[in-house]
Design a protein around this ligand. Structure first.
Ligand code: FEO
Length: 169
């Protein structure tokens, strides 16, 4: 049976991952309004990743005999001034998720749950990847893309991103 404190923390993380999915869905809607189909595709892939992250924790908690408790999902922001501002928010959000996963890992260590530590290690590595991906988009937006033509070119690149269901754990 999983430790109660860890169970609560995993439930909080499920909520955080579902919020991330919701947040990126709101960005997806923004890019639809902007008619930036490639950026919209990027967000669609990101949303699916977040859903997979949430479900990975959901299934893990159930497999360990824990109780999944779904809480209310916070309302996400709906408007941005530019794609750059969107990606600044994505970066901030992913940094926040990384700190949450680290805190979750701290709890798993504190309660001496080595199986959970090992499972959560996948999430920590995933966060390195996530921060790198968003950092690369932001770098292009910051350093290169300050005109509409460049945004159009970047939009074409963003259209190439595809979703592959992650093998969690
Ligand atoms: Fe599931 Fe982007 O963190």
């Amino acid at each position: 049976m999983i430790n109660g404190k860890l169970e609560e923390a995993i439930n909080e993380q499920i909520n955080a991952e579902l919020f991330a999915e919701y947040f990126y869905l709101s960005m997806y809607a923004y890019f639809e309004r902007m008619n930036l189909q490639g950026f919209k595709n990027w967000m669609n892939v990101q949303m699916q990743e977040e859903h997979a992250h949430a479900m990975g924790l959901f299934e893990y908690l159930q497999n360990r005999g824990g109780k999944v408790v779904l809480e209310q999902i916070e309302k996400p922001k709906t408007d941005w001034s530019s794609p750059k501002e969107v990606f600044e928010d994505v970066q901030k959000h992913e940094q926040l998720v990384t700190s949450k996963i680290n805190a979750l890992m701290d709890i798993a260590e504190e309660v001496h749950d080595r199986a959970a530590v090992s499972f959560l290690d996948w999430y920590l590595k995933e966060q390195v990847e996530e921060e790198l991906n968003v950092g690369n988009v932001l770098k292009t937006l910051n350093l290169i893309c300050d005109d509409k033509q460049c945004l159009y070119m970047l939009d074409k690149e963003m259209a190439a991103r595809t979703f592959t269901a992650p093998q969690i754990g």
